[in-house]
Design a protein around this ligand. Sequence first.
Ligand code: HXC
Length: 528
Amino acid sequence: MVSTTSLAGGGPRMTRTAEFESRRARLLRGGPPEAVARLHARGRLTARERLDALLDEGSFTEFDAFVQHRATAFGMDSRRPDGDGVVTGHGTVDGRQVAVFAQDATVFGGSMGEAFGQKVAKVMDHAVKVGCPVIGLNDGGGARIQEGVVALAHYAELVHRNVRASGVVPQLSLVLGPCAGGAAYSPALTDFTVMVRDTSHMFVTGPDVIRSVTGEVTTAEELGGAHTSGTVSGTAHYVADDEADAFDFVRVLLSYLPANNRDAPPDYGLRADPSVTARDLQLDAIVPEDPGRAYDMRDVLRRVVDDAELLEVQELFAPNIICAFARVEGSSVGVVANQPLHSAGALDIDASEKAARFVRFCDAFGIPLLSFVDVPGYLSGVRLEHEGIVRRGAKLLYAYAEASVPTVTVVVRKAYGGGYAVMGSKHLGADLNLAWPTARIAVMGAQGAVAILHRRALSEAEDPELLRKQLVEEYENDFATPFQAAQRGYLDAVIMPHETRGRIVRGLRALRTKELALPQRRHGNIPL
Ligand code: HXC
């Protein structure tokens, strides 16, 4: 035990304390002051400033602050900063434990070498061991060129851990600067990626490498900026206005997620009153009489979930489908809904992939699924067929069919063709299937069906338009209704829109103890 005398004594012990204090002060300052100033001038924060902004005040506990690299090539032996360019540890967000790592772009461009890789591996292992989410703050150039294959090995170690942790603890990534190579691939393997407008970029190789390899001239923004990643490639689940907005999104997202796959999602302990409210009655007037008219599906969703709150993910990508977290009776649900405002809510490749990944996330973490259906079917077209809408659209079928969490589906209007089957139908394993009187469940819409079934009669008719109108009306009345499905028990109930919230509340209560015995297998083989 250290005696008071030795602590108070001078000589070597004071020198050690002073050295420790000075190393710690240097550590807290981060990289060279000019590099920090450059970062600030570009609207970015340092690794430590980011952790301060994200975590509850004073909660951060650091690991491995004095770790240094052991590389010698390219003059690396003359530069061995403590921490090696990544800050790792654990802390809390709204009082809940998270593991974190933050790449420091001011040290070797945030690139990952051996020591850096070992630090990130330790924090990932910690997250899995204690069962808490892991949040990566990425801002770096990928594998550290000076450390060669050792750097590659450690990125491969990281992605191995990303995959092993997938479906075990939630993994969230923030991409907060130019992220190339492994610094892009590792986030892509995690559950959600958040980027910041103008300052975040994400690509396998940057514009300079592309110019030298293919001769193409592009900018970082055009190639993999936050806007491109949020709208074109779909790699970003949220495009933030600035870093503060990105941290806010992460905090709200975490409020919907369990700590791990054995834990229940957060339950804010509310007891909903399922009796009909004035707000419920507004649902009766949202869907237009004319099946060709669009409306905003969010107007439906907001009237069903707690406090009208939805947290959309990939909002800017494939807007023809909505994927959002919400709460019912204070408990998290994942909402998947066709959006008639875009492409009439039809399913294409992007929408299928977006929703499939969301459904699989919710299923992995025990979050019940609510589907709202208004879908004219899968989109057709040569381009889509050639791009693999069969193979890639099948992902959504797979994801719904695989889901074992409580699943409630409400057919609001159209449920045509493959769209009916895929969007949480009874046949794929949904637990509670409801439809509104406005539901139209059929192989296809009236116009298409009449044109195929009555082609000859229409071509021979004296007044083909009149006949078409009559046949369409007949089809609409007799066929495109919820009752054919209800007669067979494919729907559990046809309900008035204003009854929806109450039915969902009671349905989810009844399903809380749902258990499914699934056959043993190593894993399924989702079409990729
Ligand atoms: C070492 C790197 C580095 C890297 C950047 N830097 N990338 N140092 N290894 N991979 C350093 C630069 O030398 C520079 O240091 C500082 O970071 C900032 O870089 P700049 O180029 O000045 O910044 P910017 O113009 O913003 O461009 C950022 C960038 C670009 C787009 C990330 O630097 C780039 O393309 N880097 C190479 C990316 C790459 O190809 N990485 C390897 C991929 S392979 P100074 O000291 O001058 O400030 C990989 C394996 C994945 O990652 C395996 C997955 C399983």
